[in-house]
Design a protein around this ligand. Sequence first.
Ligand code: ADP
Length: 489
Amino acid sequence: MKKILVANRGEIALRVMRTIRDMGIKTVAVYSEADREAPHVRFADEAICLGPPPSNQSYLLGDKIIEEAKKIGVDGIHPGYGFLSENASFANAVEAAGITFIGPRSHAIEVMGSKLAAKEAVSNYNIPMVPGLDHAIVDIEEAKVFAQKIGFPILIKASAGGGGKGMRMVEKEEEFVEQMERAISEATSAFGDGSVFLEKYITSPRHIEIQVLADNHGNYLHLFERECSVQRRHQKVVEEAPSAILTPELRAKMGEDAVNVAKACDYTGAGTVEFLVDEDLNYYFLEMNTRLQVEHPVTEWITGIDLVEQQIKIARNEPLAIQQEDLEIKGHAVELRVYAEDPRNNFLPSVGELLKYKRPSGANIRLDDGYDEGMQIPIYYDPMISKLIAYGNNREAAIQHMLEAINQYEIEGVATTLAFGRYVFQHEAFTSGKFDTHFVKKYFTPEVLEADEKEGAAIAAELATKIFNDHAEHLQVPAVNGGGWQRKR
Ligand code: ADP
C-alpha cells in the first residue's frame, strides 16, 4: 500500500495517520466544511472536502469517499471507529472498487453487527452468555412468560442497538408490557429494525473486554483485557488495562473465549470481544466490536504493540509476527475520555469555542486529540475533545500520573469531563478497584465537583499563605497611605 485514506475525523483520524506516515505510506484526509481547519486535515498529505457539516452529507457518504479515493490512486481505506467503520456494505463497496478495506471482511461485520446473529454464531463454542432469549420476540405475552422464567430485573435489548442505545431495564413484572411496547417502537425508529430480545439484568456488572488480532492465515491472538466499567448512559468514559480484578487464569480463559468468538465469524484484523463480569467473577459474552476501539491506547501501552500498524499489516496479507507466548503485560495504563460535556448537567454536550487549550505533557502521558486552541467543537459530531492516557509501573502510579496530567490540562470555553475524571481517579471505590458499571449512579452528583473546586480553592489559599510566610522577611505591609505592597530594600 502506498496511499491510505482515513475515512474519519478528529483524534482518531490523526492517530491513524501518524502510524500510516511512520510506515512510509502517504495519508489522505477527508473532511466536512466544519472541519476545514482541523489538525487531521493539516496533517495529511492530501485532503478531500466531502460536503456540508452534517455527517449524512459528509463523513457518511461512502460512495463519494470511494469515488474520490479512486481518482487520486488510494489503495487502502481505514475507517477508524464510528461513521462507516461497521458498515458491511461500505466494506464491500471499497473492496469492489479495488481498494483494500482496513478492517474485517463484510461477513464478520454483518454477523457481529447484530447482537442476536452474534449469539447464534458463537453458540457452538461453549461461550458463557447472559441468561436470556437468543431470538427476537414480537409476541409480548409470550415475552412476558420468558421474562418470568428469567426473573426480574430484566433488560430488553434491541438486536441492532449500539452506542449504549436501545436498552430498557425492567424492574418489575407490572412494567414489562409497557416497556416492551416502547422498546419495539424505539428500535424500529432508531435502527430500522424492531427486533428485541431479553437478557437477565446483571445487577452489579463490570465491563471487561478482550482485544483480539487475527490475520488472513488463520492465526489468532488476544492482547489481554481492558476494563471500561465507569460509564454514563451505558457509554464508557474511563478505561484501564489491565483490569484490577482479573486473575491470570481468568484472563487466559476469557482470552481463549474471545479468540473463539473471532473464529466463529472468520474474523480478520483488530477486534474487541466484550464481556460482563459479575460479583462472583462469572463472565458473559456481550458482543463483538469489529473495528478499532476508542480505548485501544491503553492496550498499546501495556503490550508495546501499535494496533493500527497491525491492522495495516494484516490488510496487506502479512501473517502475524507475534505469538501469544511472546505477549506480556507491562505496567498499567488508564484513560480518561475528555468530552465537551457538562457533568453538572447530566453530561449533556457543551459545544462552543476552545478559548483556552493547554495540553499536559510528560513521559507518562499520551494525549490523542484532534483540536487546537481557538477551534470550535462542532455540534454535528461526537463531542470528544481528546483521550488522556497515563502510564505507570503499577495501577497506583498510573492513577497518580493521570491526576497530575488532569491538573496540568487547561480547557476554557466549554465544559469538560476533566473535573469528573479527577473525581473518579481519586475516589476510594476506583482506587481500591471495587466498582462496577453503576459508579456514576452510586457516587456521582454535581455537588461533588463543587466540593472538589472548594477543596482546590482551599489548597490554593493555603499555598498562598505558605508562600507569603516563607517570604515574609522580604515583605512588609505598608503602615499608612501605603497604597499596596512594597518591597523592603
Ligand atoms: P452497546 O452495543 O449499545 O454498547 P452493550 O451490549 O455493549 O451495548 O452494552 C453496553 C453496556 O450496557 C454494558 O457495558 C453494561 O454497562 C450495560 N449492559 C448490557 N447488558 C447488560 C446486562 N445484561 N446486565 C447489566 N448491564 C448490561
